[in-house]
Design a protein around this ligand. Structure first.
Ligand code: 4G0
Length: 249
């Protein structure tokens, strides 16, 4: 997969240590050639002599608005670097909530183009012209879309074939469709490792039993119970959570 990021802070996407995308699973995926993340500076496309990418809002008010021209030209340039059609994703507080279902959908694309805006927003006309999928991490505001873009990259990359080893399947994660639970998206079960007893707290006996059918039944029951207690919204009508996988836009 190729992932392009359009940003005015491309240095945030460095793959060299100590960058976020250079360590752990995303770093390993990049070194294995399973994903290539290329950050391009929108400022390099600003046609005005001050290389400005933002200006004051028509109608007044605080803050700055990202201009149409630099972003449009940057998208056209980056898309022409690779023949595969890019799925355009704009990180925005007004976007569709990111869920594991949407992450799975994005992981099926061969090319993503993530657009990280700053300021109070982006001129609506370039958003209309680009028709990106607008995606939000949640109901809060960040200084820019870069950290949101990195969250999307991390969540997508770990689903790419060959990224996770045998011992770390994504099929057991929180929000993966639970087999034996009607494909519901459930929270994960609790996990334990050595020692068997720590500060007077024992590991649940069933996990030491060696009875794999009993262990799987216990884990599923724990997932259902935790989900009921902490995230009853995930068990709502249809049992599918609020995250159908369609691309929308
Ligand atoms: C305001 C995403 C701020 C408007 C981006 C972008 C939070 C999220 C920003 C835009 C962000 C989130 C219209 C692109 C940048 N903050 N919740 N800050 N537009 O996912």
């Amino acid at each position: 997969m190729r992932v392009d990021v359009l940003t005015t802070f491309p240095e945030m996407f460095a793959v060299e240590a100590p960058a976020a995308l250079g360590v752990s699973i995303p770093g390993r995926a990049a070194r294995a050639g399973l994903v290539e993340v290329v950050a391009t500076d929108i400022r390099g496309f600003a046609a005005n002599k001050h290389r400005k990418t933002d200006d004051r809002p028509f109608g007044g008010g605080p803050g700055m608005v990202m201009m149409c021209q630099p972003l449009w030209d940057a998208v056209m340039h980056v898309e022409a670097l690779d023949p595969r059609a890019a799925t355009r994703v704009l990180l925005s507080p007004q976007g569709r909530p990111l869920t594991q279902g949407l992450v799975e959908e994005l992981a099926g694309r061969s090319r993503l183009l993530l657009i990280a805006g700053h300021y109070e927003g982006i001129d609506e006309r370039v958003v209309e012209a680009l028709e990106p999928l607008e995606v939000s991490l949640g109901d809060y505001v960040l200084s820019g879309g870069e950290l949101a873009a990195m969250v999307v990259i991390d969540a997508v990359v770990r689903l790419l074939p060959g990224v996770l080893g045998d011992g770390e399947s994504a099929g057991q994660d929180s929000f993966s469709k639970a087999p034996g639970a009607g494909g519901r998206r459930l929270l994960d079960c609790p996990h334990y490792t050595k020692p068997r007893e720590w500060m007077g707290r024992a590991v649940p006996e069933v996990l030491l039993s060696g009875d794999h059918a009993r262990i799987e039944a216990w884990r599923l029951a724990q997932r259902v119970e935790r989900t009921r207690a902490r995230r009853p919204d995930l068990l709502g009508a249809g049992g599918d959570g609020a995250d159908s996988a369609g691309a929308g836009g």
